[in-house]
Design a protein around this ligand. Structure first.
Ligand code: PLP
Length: 393
């Protein structure tokens, strides 16, 4: 009998949708020409890339010309942060404007945090906007600190540990009132909640394909028409000169298809995920003493796919390992290697006690998660928590 596998780590990565895979296959073995070439063979690949550009644009209310394909969320975030910094005199940038302040939320992913730390070493001042207990960024901090010396405000659309949805519209308006550029890391949000870059007046937005049932190693940076950004990668001038390099055609085709599927099925998927999440919370809280739900419970304020939970008197890492041995995958905080065993900076920023942070685990669901899987997981969590508490006793 094969070992059960219940995958509840969809905020780390998702399964590629079968229809996405089907759409990609011809671009490995049949339509493999370089899309930048001048032959009709190349034109086929180029046309597929442009269809994907349109599909990605439609997901966020942009126009196709504003989509720059990248290798994923990390590259998009780096391109946004360094691109704006370079326009303000960092490195080999034009060195005219010299805005030196960057404001980000304290709960950003390392893909935004670490480029900003790098810029701190180069003389930029980085301010970290605090958040409340659920990870909602304090926009008053942005209001108080965003001034004529601010180059960039970057506030993530949805947090990867708590699922909290940020008020990007307000943050963008505050950035723009001081003449700063507004970027949002929408890696967890894109394909999961409706995004409208026009309504929120976003300048730059990062997306990653593998978080929305597309392949890994591909993503996009939305760059608002007219915004000047310094390139991140130099070479043959692809992607309007902002990101040179031969395009990953199969990956881009898959990403585009995943965007289209996510857009069409979003409402249905979210209603399903919300139901699943509520069932799971009920099963956990009714059967296990000393459980705390760290994510906000208010529908519409969080991604229904992410749930952070803490268990009194146990280590989240021990629970995660026990569950893994029983074929259930979840995570403690973010799955990024950079956390290096340190307590989650997100839960720390949210002001959770050390014990609650230590006992935290993140479960994240997808359209493929079933009610039965959650029932098995809740039962297994209950047994494991009981056992771990006895051992630590
Ligand atoms: N930003 C957020 C909020 C994320 O959750 C992640 C991945 O977990 C990234 C950026 C990095 O994206 P990628 O894995 O596509 O580089």
């Amino acid at each position: 009998m094969s070992k059960q596998r219940i995958y509840l780590d969809n905020a780390a990565s998702t399964a590629v949708d079968r229809d996405v895979l089907e759409a990609m296959i011809p671009y490995f073995t049949e339509e493999y020409a370089n899309p930048s070439g001048s032959s009709s063979f190349s034109a086929n690949a180029r046309s597929a890339v442009e269809t994907a550009r349109d599909q990605a644009a439609q997901l966020i209310g942009a126009s196709a010309g504003e989509i720059i394909f990248t290798s994923g969320g990390t590259e998009s975030d780096n391109a946004a942060v360094f691109g704006v910094a370079r326009m303000n005199g960092y490195g080999s940038g034009p060195d005219k404007i010299r805005r030196r302040r960057i404001i980000i939320s304290a709960t950003e992913h390392p893909a935004v945090l670490n480029p900003c730390r790098e810029l701190e070493k180069q003389g930029f001042e980085v301010l970290y906007a605090p958040c409340d207990e659920y990870g909602f960024t304090d926009t008053d901090h942005i209001k108080r600190n965003c001034d004529a010396g601010t180059a960039l405000v970057s506030i993530m659309s949805a947090n990867n540990e708590l699922g909290s949805l940020q008020d990007t519209g307000t943050a963008a308006a505050l950035a723009h009132s001081a003449g700063a550029v507004f970027h949002t890391d929408a890696v967890q949000a894109a394909g999961h909640i409706p995004i409208d870059v026009r309504k929120d007046d976003v300048d730059l937005l990062s997306i990653s394909s593998h978080k929305l049932h597309g392949p890994k190693g591909v993503g996009a940076l939305f760059v608002r028409n007219g915004l000047k950004l310094y390139p991140n990668v130099f070479g043959g001038g692809q992607e309007k000169g902002l990101r040179s390099g031969t395009l990953n055609v199969p990956g881009i085709v898959g990403f585009g298809k995943a965007c289209e599927i996510a857009r069409i099925s979003m409402d249905r998927t979210n209603a399903y995920l919300l139901e699943l999440r509520n069932i799971f919370i009920k099963l956990l809280t009714e059967n296990i003493p000393g459980v705390h739900i760290n994510s906000c419970m208010e529908p519409g304020k969080v991604l229904p796919s992410i749930l952070s939970v803490s268990f009194d008197a146990i280590e989240g890492t021990s629970l995660q390992i026990e569950l893994d041995m029983k074929g259930i995958t979840c995570s403690t905080g973010s799955a990024c290697a950079s956390s290096g065993g340190k307590p989650s900076h997100v839960l720390t920023a949210a002001g959770l006690s050390d014990e609650r942070i230590r006992g935290s685990v993140r479960f994240s669901f997808s359209k493929y998660t079933t009610r039965e899987e959650l029932e098995i997981t809740a039962r297994t969590v209950s047994e494991c928590v009981k056992r771990l508490r006895e051992i630590l006793g």
